[in-house]
Structure formats: C-alpha cells, structure tokens
Ligand binder design. Structure first.
Ligand code: DC
Length: 222
C-alpha cells in the first residue's frame, strides 16, 4: 500500500502538536514531532558542553546521534540511546537552543535522512518547520498552521503554568517572537509555507474546528 505523508508546518504555539496527534490518531498514522529531534540535538549539545553556535562541534556531535522515537505507556517518547529525554527537552532554554542549533546546515543535513527514513516506513503526520518545503516536497497533503503571536504566546504560557514551569507572559511572548525571527530568517530551510500548502490561521478557531477542516481537506485529497 502507498505510504502517505501529511505535513504540518508553522511557527511555535500555532497548535501543530495537538492537531498533528489528533489527525494521526484518527487516520491511524504515525505521528512524528521533528522539533523534538532538534531539541534532542540541543539537549546533547548542552550535556556535552557544546555551544549552540559551534558548528564544527555540532557536526561531530551529529555523527554519533542516537535519537529514536519509542511508543510506550506514556505515549510517543524521544530516546537518546537508552535515556528517555522527552521531559528534559521541553524547557524554555531548550526551545531557544533548539532554534539556534537548527540554523546550522550540517545539523539539518544529519536530521534530513532520519526524517525521510521515517517517512518511508509508514504513513505518517510530520510536524515541523520545513516538512512541506524541504523534507517532503512530494507530501500528499501539506498544511501551514499559524495564529497571532499573542494567542500563540498565551497558549504556551498556559502550558508552562500547567507544567509548573512559571515564566512571565511577556517573557514567553518575547522568546516566541525571537524564535519566529530566527526560524524564518535562517539561510537554510527557513520557516515558510510551501507553495502548495493549505494555510490555516487558527487564531479564531477551536482545536476541534481546525481538525475538522484538515480532515475535510485530507478526505478530498486522498
Ligand atoms: O516545534 P518545536 O517548537 O519543538 O521546534 C523547536 C525548534 O526546532 C524550532 O524553534 C526550530 C527547530 N525546528 C526546525 O528548524 N525544523 C523543524 N522541522 C522542526 C523544528
């Protein structure tokens, strides 16, 4: 059977994770969070004392990466070797570091093969920044999900509060704006919609409404 690839790109806090997981569940596809892979690189760099600006050392680090997604009773988890790093990679510090390491061409190159291999294994929903533009230009259905900065920042602020990781709203909004700028202005694989992506602005929509709209497009296309 043909393996289908659905891509969801967009800036931080647009709701990509929630809708990607829901679509994957409905379609019985795999869900792949590619941001987690960049966070994994950031985690490894920090653990080894490598600066996110040191391209040379990051290149060496990427040669020995052992990042794998494992589904267990806690959901889909990211492992580095034998260690479950899923919770460690979700801090505001790791968000900024992931954005910084992701601007290095050889880090992107190292993760490109890994992501394409996952796309060849099983039908999947991939969320990220360059899924529809660079990693899967032939994807079956591509979405670009956005929302106003203040809405995205308040969603992220609420998530951090729930995790008891307090950060002032203004700080969350500032970090997010910085990350948007980094991710959209880098030279390699910047965040932008693919020409054939379906753009959805979730500012005014509920999560359920976005999922329904996406399912409608998917059913029409497949
Ligand atoms: O989706 P996220 O917020 O977990 O991603 C963290 C960072 O990783 C993001 O700021 C930029 C980078 N990233 C990327 O460059 N390309 C992707 N496909 C996914 C994430």
């Amino acid at each position: 059977m043909k393996k289908l690839v659905i891509t969801i790109d967009g800036p931080a806090g647009a709701g990509k994770t929630t809708v990607s997981k829901a679509l994957a569940e409905r379609l019985q596809y795999r869900y792949i969070d590619t941001g987690a892979l960049y966070r994994g690189v950031a985690y490894e760099a920090k653990a080894k004392g490598i600066s996110p600006d040191d391209g040379h050392q990051l290149e060496t680090l990427c040669r020995d990466l052992e990042l794998t997604f494992v589904r267990n009773e806690k959901g889909v988890r990211l492992f580095s070797g034998e260690i479950d790093i899923s919770d460690y990679i979700r801090t505001p510090e790791m968000s900024m570091m992931a954005s910084a390491v992701s601007a290095h061409p050889m880090v992107r190159e190292a993760l490109l093969g890994l992501q394409r291999k996952m796309g060849a294994e099983k039908s999947a929903v991939f969320e990220g920044r360059d899924m529809g533009t660079v990693v899967f230009p032939q994807a079956d259905v591509k979405f670009f999900l956005t929302a106003d900065l203040s809405v995205r920042a308040s969603r992220r602020h609420r998530e951090l509060e729930e995790k008891k990781s307090p950060q002032k709203f203004e700080e969350v909004e500032k970090d997010m704006a910085r990350r948007d700028t980094n991710d959209s202005s880098r030279a390699v694989a910047p965040l932008k919609p693919a020409d054939d992506a379906i753009s959805i602005d979730s500012t005014q929509y509920s999560v359920e409404a976005v999922i329904e709209l996406m399912m409608k497009h998917i059913n029409e296309k497949i």
